[in-house]
Design a protein around this ligand. Structure first.
Ligand SMILES: Cc1cc2nc3c(=O)[nH]c(=O)nc-3n(C[C@H](O)[C@H](O)[C@H](O)COP(=O)(O)O)c2cc1C
Length: 221
């Protein structure tokens, strides 16, 4: 088996105070991120989504198979079709497919089957997981740890968007299968997440949530 050529690692060791300052600043910046469900229709500046998707594509992945595709939808008629199909699934979800406990857990977010934001947001990013690869002849190539890999890429994407000044929502009108034919995806791709992205509307409100404190989520041994 061939091994990849090795190159020197480009890594800068920082001073302790620089590390602390950078880590604290990033934690403060990211703690301001909120899921947004009311968007302004204002378009985003050219190039910003490309840079955010480039950052998402820098995520680590099992055997470096990079099992992801990011589809960006800005075309109004396609957004309308996605909204209609998502609302159809959500009507079934809210109408009985989710049990009472699940509906109760969602109550603080005041969500329902109406997904206006799928048309209002200037762009939708749909993240597809490549369950396996396809070679030039269309044969299957085994992929490893695709769920773990795509979750990390999604985290990178949300982080990049927030730091670029773009709000997003991790939206799951499940099952997301309807997105595969609508966006003409190949047979190896599974819709993983639907993210409306843009600026929040001027009067956007978000639920007043508390996050767990550090001592609730960190354990030292
Ligand atoms: C996997 C996942 C699926 C989610 N699905 C939805 C969804 O379909 N609709 C929605 O309004 N919010 C959805 N959310 C957003 C959560 O409700 C939100 O992240 C949580 O309430 C915390 O709020 P914050 O993101 O503002 O910190 C989802 C979040 C995750 C991580």
């Amino acid at each position: 088996m061939n091994s990849a050529p090795q190159i020197p690692l480009n890594f800068r060791r920082r001073t302790a105070s620089e590390m602390l300052q950078r880590a604290e600043a990033l934690a403060a910046e990211m703690s301001g991120r909120r899921s947004v469900r009311e968007f302004s229709p204002d378009p985003l500046p050219a190039g910003v989504l490309d840079a955010c998707i480039r950052m998402a594509g820098s995520a680590p992945s099992g055997a470096h198979q990079q099992p992801w595709t990011f589809v960006v939808v800005t075309e109004p008629d396609l957004k309308r079709q996605i909204r209609a199909a998502a609302e159809e699934e959500e009507r079934l979800n809210y109408g009985g497919r989710m049990n009472e406990e699940w509906i109760d857990a969602l109550r603080p977010f005041q969500t329902d089957a109406n997904k206006e934001f799928l048309e209002t947001a200037p762009a939708l990013i749909i993240l597809f997981r490549q369950a396996h690869g396809l070679d030039a002849e269309g044969n299957k190539i085994q992929h490893y740890y695709t769920n773990e890999s795509i979750g990390i890429a999604l985290g990178f994407l949300i982080s990049a968007l927030h730091q670029a000044g773009i709000a997003s929502l991790t939206h799951t009108p499940s099952p997301l299968k309807f997105l595969e034919p609508l966006l003409s995806r190949p047979s190896n791709e599974r819709a993983y997440m639907l993210l409306p992205v843009g600026y929040p509307s001027a009067d956007c409100q978000v639920p007043d949530l508390e996050r767990k404190a550090l001592d609730e989520i960190r354990v030292d041994r």
